[in-house]
Design a protein around this ligand. Structure first.
Ligand code: AMP
Length: 513
C-alpha cells in the first residue's frame, strides 16, 4: 500500500493540540451547552478530559492500548474520547445497539485493555463476554455517572497531552464487511486532524458558531465531522443526547449550524413548526451518511430558505466531498472533492473513466485510514496499486467536477443513516430451524431512506416462520436497526447462471409486494 505520507506531514502531532490551543487562549469561553441550561467552558472540557486521561493511565492503560466504549451519549463520554486522544490511547466507540453476540466478536478482535459500558449492562456483559481476565470493566451512564466518572473526578485535572506521531492510531472504528465480518478501520491522528481542519475551513467554522449536535458520537459523522470540526475551530456545541424533533426545533434559535442524516431532515420537514423564522439564526445545514433526495433538498429550501450542503464520507476515508459554501449547492449531488484529496471514477481495472461515465469511486488523501486492524490482506485488496482506496460506491462526475453517487458496489443497506450489511442479517436468519436460506435487501422507505426486508425460503412452505417469529429471533441477536421491517416468504430465490442470488430482481419483487 502506498500512503503518500510525505505529502501529508502537515497534519502531524496529536490531534488534541488543535482543541487545546483554544482552551489555553480563552479558557472561559463557552464550549458545551447541555440540555439543562448548563454552560461548560473550554477550561472545563480541557480539565475534565485531563482527569479522564489520568484515570485511564491509573487503570493501567498504556500508549496504543484500545479503550472500548459502549455508553450512551453524554458530555462525559465525549471527555473519555478526548482523554484517549490526549493519552495516545486508541478510542474504540461501539454502537449502543450492539448485542452481546456482536460484542464477543468485536472485543475479541480489538483486544481492548479496558471496556467502558453502561452500568445497567455491566453484570450481564461480564458474564456473557468472557473477556480475558486482564481486561478491566468500568461504567458510565447517560447522566455521566458511574465508576469511571468517580475515578476521574478523584484524579488530577492536569495532564500533559502526549506527543504522538501523526501516523499513530487515534481511533479504531468498526465497519461491517460485505462478508459479514466487521473490520476495524485504523484512523490516525493525521486523518482525524485533516478532517477537522479541512472541513472547518471549508464550512467556515469560527468561534462564533454554535453547532447543534444530535448525532450519535460512536460514528464518524457525529464524532469526526461534527464534534471535532467544532472543537478544533473553537466553536461551541449544543449537545443533545440524541435526535428528537422537539428538542432540535426548540434549540435551532440558539444554534448556527446543524449536521444531520437524511432521516433527521425528513422528520424535521414533516413538522409544521419548522419555519424560516425558527431558522433565522442558522448559518448552515449539512447532511450526509446516506443519500438525500433532490426533492427533500428542494422542499427544505422552500420551507426554511436554507440550501442544505450535502456531503459524502465513509469511515475509512473520513470525508470525501462536499457541496460548496459559495457556488451551487446541487440537489442530488454530493459536491466537490475536498481540498487535498484526489478523487477518481474508474472501471473495474482501476482505469480512470471520462466525465459522465458511471464507475467505482476511488479516493486518495490525508483523510484515509491506515488499514484494517490485523487484516493486512484485506487492506491490500481495498487499495489500488497507486494508493487509492476503493470506496465500494458507484458514481460519476460531471464537467464541473460535481460528484453524484449512483449506487453501491458493496451490497450495503443504509437505514436511518446506519449501515446494514445483508449477509450479517442473513446469517442470523439462516440459523432459524425452519429456514432453508434467506436473502436480505433494502427497499426505499420514506422515513429511513431504506428499510431492511428479509426474504426467506422455508424447508416446508406449510411450516414457515411468521414475521413476528423472525423479528423476535433477530432482535435477540442483532442491533435494532438491522432488524427486518418486513418478511417475505418464497419457495425459491431468483438466481443467475452462476447460482448467485440476483438481489436486484429480488428487490424489484419485494418492492411490488
Ligand atoms: P460509513 O462507513 O458508515 O460512514 O458509511 C459510508 C457509506 O455511506 C459510503 O460508502 C456511502 O455508501 C454512504 N454515504 C455517505 N454519505 C453519503 C451521501 N451523502 N450520499 C449517499 N451515500 C452516502
Amino acid at each position: 500500500m502506498h500512503l503518500q505520507i510525505e505529502a501529508w506531514v502537515t497534519y502531524k502531532g496529536n490531534f488534541y493540540q488543535h482543541i487545546e490551543r483554544h482552551a489555553l487562549a480563552a479558557p472561559d469561553a463557552p464550549c458545551v451547552y447541555t440540555g439543562s441550561s448548563e454552560v461548560l467552558s473550554r477550561a472545563w472540557l480541557h480539565q475534565m478530559s485531563g482527569r479522564y486521561a489520568n484515570a485511564l493511565l491509573a487503570l493501567g492503560c498504556v500508549r496504543g492500548d484500545r479503550v472500548a466504549v459502549q455508553v450512551d451519549k453524554s458530555v462525559q463520554a465525549l471527555c473519555v474520547y478526548l482523554a484517549c486522544v490526549r493519552a495516545g490511547l486508541v478510542f474504540l466507540p461501539l454502537n449502543t445497539a450492539y448485542q452481546p453476540d456482536e460484542l464477543v466478536f468485536l472485543l475479541g478482535d480489538a483486544a481492548p485493555a479496558l471496556f467502558v459500558c453502561r452500568p445497567s449492562h455491566k453484570q450481564q456483559l461480564q458474564a456473557q463476554l468472557q473477556l480475558p481476565a486482564d481486561v478491566k470493566y468500568m461504567d458510565l451512564d447517560a447522566n455521566g455517572q458511574g465508576s469511571l466518572f468517580d475515578l476521574a473526578r478523584a484524579c488530577d485535572h492536569h495532564f500533559d497531552t502526549c506527543a504522538v506521531d501523526g501516523e499513530d492510531m487515534a481511533c479504531l472504528m468498526y465497519t461491517s464487511g460485505t462478508t459479514g465480518r466487521p473490520k476495524g478501520a485504523m484512523l490516525s491522528h493525521r486523518a482525524v486532524s485533516y478532517c477537522a481542519l479541512t472541513l472547518g475551513g471549508l464550512w467556515r467554522f469560527s468561534e462564533a458558531d454554535v453547532l447543534l449536535h444530535a448525532l450519535p458520537i460512536f460514528h464518524g459523522h457525529g464524532l469526526f465531522v461534527s464534534c471535532n470540526v467544532a472543537l478544533a475551530a473553537g466553536a461551541a456545541i449544543l449537545f443533545q443526547p440524541g435526535f428528537s424533533v422537539d428538542a432540535v426545533l426548540a434549540a435551532l434559535p440558539q444554534a448556527s449550524v446543524f449536521m444531520g442524516v437524511p432521516t433527521y431532515i425528513h422528520r424535521l420537514l414533516a413538522d409544521e413548526r419548522l419555519t424560516p423564522e425558527l431558522c433565522a439564526h442558522m448559518r448552515l445545514f449539512t447532511c450526509g451518511s446516506a443519500p438525500l433526495s433532490a426533492e427533500v433538498h428542494r422542499a427544505f429550501e422552500a420551507r426554511t430558505g436554507h440550501r442544505i450542503v450535502e456531503r459524502y464520507g465513509a469511515t475509512e476515508a473520513m470525508i470525501i466531498s462536499s457541496n460548496p459554501m459559495d457556488g451551487e449547492r446541487r440537489p442530488g449531488s454530493v459536491g466537490l472533492a475536498l481540498p487535498g484529496l484526489e478523487l477518481r471514477i474508474t472501471d473495474t481495472q482501476d482505469q480512470p473513466l471520462t466525465t459522465g461515465e458511471i464507475g467505482m469511486i476511488q479516493v486518495r488523501g490525508p483523510g484515509l485510514f491506515s488499514g484494517y486492524w490485523r487484516l493486512p490482506q484485506q487492506t491490500q485488496q481495498e487499495f489500488t496499486a497507486d494508493g487509492f482506496f476503493r470506496t465500494g460506491d458507484l458514481g460519476c462526475m460531471d464537467d464541473s467536477a460535481y460528484l453524484s453517487i449512483t449506487g453501491r458496489a458493496k451490497d450495503l443497506i443504509i437505514s436511518g443513516g446506519y449501515n446494514v450489511y445483508p449477509v450479517e442479517v442473513e446469517n442470523v436468519i439462516n440459523r432459524m430451524p425452519q429456514v432453508q436460506e434467506s436473502a436480505v435487501v433494502g427497499v426505499p422507505h420514506p422515513d429511513f431512506g431504506e428499510a431492511v426486508v428479509a426474504v426467506l425460503v422455508p424447508h416446508d412452505m406449510n411450516n414457515a416462520p411468521t414475521t413476528a417469529e423472525v423479528i423476535a429471533w433477530t432482535r435477540e441477536r442483532l442491533a435494532n436497526y438491522k432488524l427486518p421491517k418486513r418478511v417475505v416468504v418464497l419457495s425459491e430465490l431468483p438466481r443467475n447462471t452462476m447460482g448467485k442470488v440476483v438481489k436486484a430482481k429480488l428487490r424489484e419483487m419485494v418492492s411490488e409486494k
